[in-house]
Design a binder for this molecule. Structure first.
Ligand code: ATP
Ligand code: MG
Ligand code: FE
Length: 348
């Protein structure tokens, strides 16, 4: 069947259409600009923007794919993690569509969506594969088997900030526009990645091998900028951005490739918004090649939040014969990633 995927966990309202592993259409509306002057996503504004964009985005994806409402055979929706109000708008819309069309509904874990995004470009994931999720809210190293059926094994997570959060917060201190990740990436192109010796957190011999930490790095970058300003000068932001990006990319790719080697896994998949980072991609490529590991990174448009990735999970669930969700399913804003299917029980 044709699966419609709905994503509304943060500031993107996304709809995607997938059938048998093939992407047929994808449309996204973002409220990013409305949050820019606050320096971060404002939950209330995000929720209202989803109400505004839901129907137009669903209509747009159908028009683009040349398909009709009646062609939809199943609906998949992000039920967590994410902003409560934002998730509820997407779930209410998805339930309404599934109920009125008389088709099954599936709740999907947002991060499983980020993982599945890659299948739309590169085909089915090998079993097993190593997955590095690097986004605005998460930094995790996962051992994934059959995404639709098996539990996901967490090898490591960030113990404080996510990698994307580090970029976003440092960008703010540097006076760069929101969102910070793409801005740092852009400015870093003109800088020297060896100009500032930023730390490589949790890479010592006695540190946890697969956990990450980025809040110390954020503090180092902020202090570096502050020291330049105290001396009455402006910090050379290009060098600061390039050096910070180098430190983040170094730690991420070093740990991910080591995990592949130690678990005998031949494929590394890097997903989430930070997978769009040019240095993470280049260094990942270099280190994977040296280690004989195949690197897979989704195309840029599928790295950040979108509905196609949720449709991709729905499609896998449908084909695996998974049980649909009850229509009284609820959301779970802080759901841990255990299974790709996420059907939180409604509270009375
Ligand atoms: P989560 O998926 O954990 O709930 P999220 O949905 O906010 O969080 P994504 O949309 O996957 O995260 O990614 C957004 C993050 O990716 C932001 O932190 C943003 O700064 C970062 N990002 C986007 N492009 C780049 C880039 N080129 N370099 C570095 N970071 C980037
Ligand atoms: Mg976003
Ligand atoms: Fe995301």
């Amino acid at each position: 069947p044709l699966v419609l995927g709905i994503e509304s966990s943060c500031d993107e309202t996304g709809a995607g259409l997938v059938r048998d592993g093939r992407l047929l259409g994808h449309a996204v509306a973002s409220s990013m600009d409305e949050h820019a002057r606050f320096g971060g996503v404002v939950p209330e504004i995000a929720a209202r923007a989803h109400v505004h964009s839901f129907t137009p985005v669903v209509r747009e994806v159908l028009v683009r794919a040349g398909l009709r409402m009646a062609d939809i055979g199943a609906v998949a929706v992000t039920t967590g993690p994410g902003l409560s109000g934002a998730l509820q708008v997407g779930l209410a819309g998805a339930k309404t569509l599934a109920f009125s069309l008389g088709v099954p509904l599936y709740g999907v874990h947002h991060l499983a969506g980020h993982v599945a995004a890659d299948t739309l470009e590169h085909g089915p994931l090998p079993d097993p594969c190593m997955v590095l999720i690097v986004s605005g809210g998460h930094t995790s190293l996962l051992l994934v088997r059959d995404l639709a059926r098996d539990p996901i094994v967490h090898l490591g997570d960030t113990i404080d900030d996510a990698a994307g959060e580090c970029f976003d917060k440092v960008a703010r201190v540097f006076g760069l526009p929101y969102p910070g990740g793409p801005a740092i990436d852009r400015v870093a192109r003109e800088g020297n990645p060896r100009a500032v010796a930023f730390p490589r957190p949790l890479t010592g011999p006695r540190d946890s091998r697969y956990d990450f930490s980025f809040s110390g790095l954020k503090t180092s970058a902020a202090r570096w900028a502050e020291q330049h300003r105290l001396r009455g000068g402006e910090p050379p932001l290009e060098d600061g951005a390039a050096s910070l990006q180098e430190a983040v990319a170094d730690v991420l790719t070093r740990k991910a490739v080591a995990a592949c080697r130690e678990h005998g896994v031949g494929t590394l998949v890097v997903v989430g918004g930070v997978a769009a980072n040019s240095r993470v991609r280049a260094l990942g490529e270099e280190r994977c090649r040296a280690a004989g590991v195949t690197l897979r990174v989704p195309p840029l448009k599928l790295c950040t939040d979108n509905g196609a990735m949720i449709a991709a999970v729905g499609d896998l669930l449908v084909r695996a014969g998974a049980e649909p969700a009850p229509l009284d399913m609820s959301i779970d804003p802080s759901a841990p990633l255990e299974y790709a299917a996420l059907h939180p029980v409604a509270r009375a």
